[in-house]
Write a new protein. Sequence first.
Length: 144
Amino acid sequence: MDNFFSVIIILGALLLVASLKTTFKVCKKTSQRAWSVLLCAIVCFILGYWWILYYFSNYDTAPIIRNAVATILFGGAGFVFLVVKLSLKSILKIEQATQYQKYQTEHDNLTTLPNRNNFFKSLSKQVDYPFSFALFYIDLNNFK
């Protein structure tokens, strides 16, 4: 068995192991079952990579077949790694945009102070508490 095959299979398995952490982060951020299925599939793929390494090291096959299998498996591992990384990056960008939109809806664009909607939301939360509170109200007529 040649070193190229072993190195490529081991690198592919390591790419899959590296994608486990990212996939686990995506599983925690989303409530979709598909990511959990992908996590289990990645674990099975890692075991499969080690089985392929064992199989080709113990049985005689043509070097071109071994190297083709290793290259295809490495490409698959790279694809999984990139898809999971880019998916997490997209999810984080969407969360950041959502938080920014929420901030924009609750704050004044010019002063960045909480706006009327935010005030009433805070006031309704305060009213729901059993503790008493004071509200100081100033009416400014013709304030510009």
